[in-house]
Design a protein around this ligand. Structure first.
Ligand code: GDP
Ligand code: MG
Length: 441
């Protein structure tokens, strides 16, 4: 209910006391586990944690308003950096047409599908691509690409099996030149495992065509294997980037992070489904969030930090300590929430809250509810705000009239608030240790 939600927001809003190096170590242990669970390569995790620790034990954190949250922010920043945030992950097709783009990878990774998706994407960007089925060992693969091309109304070079793949690619290039196609998308053969024969063939195609982009297609679901595959393809072919497929499944994305860290090559595109328009530009920050599994908690933290400056937070905390959690201090907190934007947009940032809001269905909009709550509290006398227990029937009626609400509204607020107050008392009894346990990361 609303009180619970407010309560969790308050917990995040209020300064959480001191953070010691011990606390930081503990948090980093949690982060380490999360990353390993997300299938991030252990070497990468080790370096990563070391980097975060270095930044986190510095002044930056211990002096900040809210150290625990500052740690999360550093984790996010570092994850973003590891993922190549800010690095150019756009396809580079600035060359004399026809520009060859070569897709390679193991069988089943999603090469053929990604070729078709990429062609569609490029056509939407006003290019005129030609699909080239260069997986000549499997006639079915050629047919698969032809079918996809037909579906999208995108030209597919008429390959036949049992032609030398290099010859096939150079023929396709000539065909593209003669017919005005500006981009060649090469669907190369794959194997079940990395093997030297395959690599040799791919190297020959690379030699002959000089592709502007060599994109490894890697299956995110294969986790650590994808990292090893990426490493060997990069060693043999010096890839220019990665297309990470099947991220719509329950792959936690650790592969993305590791591939980027191990090869140093950018993830350029991600496959998010079997449909042919499910290919998107890669966003490191979103992937960081996916890996942390924290919904948008991180942006909530940033908002909170922007909204509450340190002095204000301290003043609020002192007042709370002196006067306790009353309708008076509650009203101050509501003001802070309002500063952070609407309650609704705030709730959306809390994992699970979006769903909860849907379930509530026709409940009044939180923003309107908030205004009502404020109006009711404003209509109370200072004494009533300090202790709502003195609110008898006639006082409640007066407040309802004064705030343009009903006695039922007033009753509901008083009831909810009293519940919240009880909870706060319980939390305070637990002491700082208990509060910390409640907070989690
Ligand atoms: P190839 O052997 O590397 O050419 O792989 P395919 O393109 O034939 O794809 C293998 C399977 O993975 C097919 O069933 C595709 O529909 C599926 N696939 C490819 N990309 C994605 C993706 O991003 N998401 C999902 N869910 N499935 C995908
Ligand atoms: Mg294929």
């Amino acid at each position: 209910n609303l009180t619970d939600k407010l309560d969790s927001v308050f917990k995040k809003l209020r300064g959480q006391g001191r953070l010691t190096e011990d606390n930081i170590q503990q948090s980093l242990r949690e982060v380490r586990l999360v990353l390993l669970e997300a299938d991030v390569n252990f070497r990468v995790v080790k370096d990563f944690v070391a980097n975060v620790r270095e930044r986190a034990v510095g002044q930056e954190v211990l002096k900040s308003l809210n150290p625990a949250q500052q740690v999360i922010k550093i984790v996010r920043d570092e994850l973003g950096r590891l993922m190549g945030e800010g690095q150019d992950n756009h396809l580079d097709l600035a060359a004399r047409p026809p520009v060859p783009v070569m897709l390679c990878g193991l069988q089943g990774a999603g090469k053929t599908t990604s070729c078709a998706k990429l062609a569609l994407k490029l056509r939407r960007e006003k290019r005129n691509p030609l699909l080239v089925p260069a997986d000549i060992y499997r006639p079915a693969a050629i047919d698969q690409l032809k079918t996809l091309g037909k579906q999208l109304d995108i030209a597919v070079f008429d390959s036949r099996a049992d032609v030398d793949p290099v010859k096939l690619c150079t023929d396709a290039r000539q065909f593209a030149e003669l017919n005005g196609y500006d981009t060649l998308i090469l669907d190369t053969a794959g194997r079940l495992h990395v093997d030297q024969e395959l690599m040799a063939e791919l190297q020959r195609i690379k030699q002959a065509l000089q592709p502007r982009e060599i994109l490894l297609v890697a299956d995110a679901m294969t986790g650590q294997d994808a990292v090893n595959v990426a490493e060997s393809f990069d060693q043999q072919l010096d890839i220019t980037g990665v297309i990470l497929t099947k991220l719509d499944g329950d792959a936690r994305g650790g592969a993305a992070l590791s591939i980027r860290a191990v090869t140093g090559k950018p993830i350029k595109l991600v496959g998010l489904g079997e449909k042919l328009d499910a290919l998107e530009t890669f966003h490191g920050d979103r992937m960081a969030q996916r890996i942390l599994g924290m919904g948008d908690v991180l942006s909530l933290i940033e908002k909170a930090q922007a909204a509450v400056d340190k002095d204000e937070a301290q003043a609020m905390e002192q007042k709370l300590r002196k006067e306790g959690f009353t309708l008076e201090t509650f009203r101050d907190q509501l003001k802070t929430i309002k500063k952070m934007g609407s309650m609704e947009s705030l709730l959306k940032l809390i994992p699970g809250a979006g769903k909860a809001m849907k379930q509530v269905g026709d409940m009044q909009l939180p923003d309107r509810e908030l205004k009502k709550i404020e109006a009711i509290i404003n209509s109370m006398t200072a004494a009533e705000r300090r202790d709502q227990r003195i609110l008898n029937g006639s006082r409640r009626l007066r407040i309802a009239r004064g705030s343009g609400t009903t006695v039922q509204d007033v009753n509901l607020l008083v009831k909810r608030f009293t519940e919240a107050q009880k909870m706060m008392k319980k939390l305070q009894k637990l002491g700082p240790k208990g509060m910390k346990g409640m907070k989690g990361m």
